[in-house]
Ligand binder design. Structure first.
Ligand code: PLP
Length: 363
């Protein structure tokens, strides 16, 4: 944890109005926001070196983009805090949140992040989720005092021009129909440029500062925001960005198999990317990786990290120096992991934030 233990120096106040401080943390910038009994820390996430199957790779622990409910010391974090913060800050700076309620389709992490920010900054928020979302995610919304609308959709909301009953169509209708458009704002993480920009401006610059001489960085594809943002900043520096999709009909919450929607998310569509450009990792491979990392390091990661770590091992076998993005912990998925026999005991996730039992990267 040396990245966090270094001297912290408050070097500028970002914006008094929104109570956001930017803090220099061993050269990495993180944003601290605080309000209504919740504090959030976004950016400046640590990198570890993991070793599996005799191969080693770097891993960026994105759950450290997190909030804490101070009264209960409940913590939750994911890579989605970055784009949520950038999108919300953009909307606040344009004065859009003084009157409007944010409505956003989400498979969990984006909604949880916006929900925490809505408490801190005092705006209203309605997430639209699939009824298939785990009880853990629903419970976190409850803890934050947010009431989602549940719909019959894929876990990662379908992107289509024709369906009318799914999460994206409902958000569009609230945000665009004359009767409701003055009251609702759809940030639209599938199209919003602040989504990739969050990764281009924060995640990518941290990676460049943290590990030298990387051949590739691996990320899963949900909205495509992480992939496009990293690609924008890293490929000109000689670092390949590898986007990975799960198999069709998968169990990897937050990621999408691109053949399952009739359209690509707009963020991806704007690039030259085609579905075939993205490597496929199947569920068995991903969950086996989750199981091995848990056994060896006592770190219970989210399923999408199984996808990136599996491919990181493959590339390390080919002699590549790679970094896997670890999007979140197993916090949202514990009931599924119990059913799958990956864990059978109680887990205190705070240890994954407070005190890690893994060897930090030798940088
Ligand atoms: C757990 C998890 N991993 C990966 C991703 C992919 O991120 P992106 O939307 O930037 O493609 C998401 C997105 O929701 C996620 O929730």
């Amino acid at each position: 944890m040396h990245l966090r233990e270094g001297l912290q120096k408050k070097h500028m106040i970002e914006d008094h109005k929104f109570k956001i401080n930017a803090v220099a943390n061993n050269g990495l910038i993180s944003y601290i926001a605080d309000g209504d009994g919740i504090s959030a820390s976004i950016g400046g996430t640590p990198v570890f070196k993991l070793e599996l199957d005799g191969e080693s790779f770097y891993a960026k622990a994105e759950w450290f983009n997190h909030f804490t409910i101070k009264s209960t010391n409940f913590k939750h974090g994911s890579l989605k805090m970055r784009p949520a913060f950038f999108m919300v800050k953009g909307a606040m700076e344009n004065g859009l949140l003084e009157t409007k309620t944010i409505i956003e389709p989400t498979s969990g992490n984006t909604g949880i992040a916006i929900s925490a920010l809505s408490r801190i900054f005092g705006f209203r928020f309605i997430p639209i989720i699939s009824y298939k979302v785990t009880d853990e995610v629903k419970e976190i919304f409850k803890r934050l005092g947010t009431e989602p609308i549940e719909v019959d959709d894929n876990l990662c909301p379908r992107v289509s021009n024709t369906d009318t009953d799914q999460a994206i169509a409902i958000a569009k209708s609230y945000a665009q129909s004359p009767a409701t458009r003055d009251k609702y704002l759809w940030l639209n993480q599938y199209e919003n440029n602040f989504n990739p920009l969050a990764h281009a401006n924060s995640t990518a610059s941290e990676i460049l500062a943290q590990v030298k001489g990387l051949d590739a960085v691996l990320t899963g594809i949900g909205t495509g925001g992480t992939y496009v943002g990293l690609k924008t900043s890293l490929e000109s520096r000689g670092i390949k960005v590898v986007g990975i999709q799960p198999q069709p009909n998968h169990k990897i919450q937050g990621l999408r198999n691109l053949s399952e929607s009739s359209l690509m998310p707009a963020i991806l569509e704007r690039t030259e990317a085609r579905p075939d450009d993205f490597k496929v990792v199947n569920d068995d491979e991903a969950f086996e990786c989750i199981r091995e990392i848990y056994r060896k390091y006592n770190l219970l990661l989210g399923p999408s990290s199984g996808v990136t770590c599996h491919e990181a091992i493959n590339m390390a076998k080919d002699g590549k120096k790679v970094m896997a993005i670890l999007a979140d912990t197993g916090q949202n998925y514990i009931s599924m992991y119990r059913k799958m026999g990956i864990v059978d005991d109680e887990i205190d996730f705070n240890f994954m934030y407070d005190r890690l039992k893994v060897a930090p990267a030798s940088l």
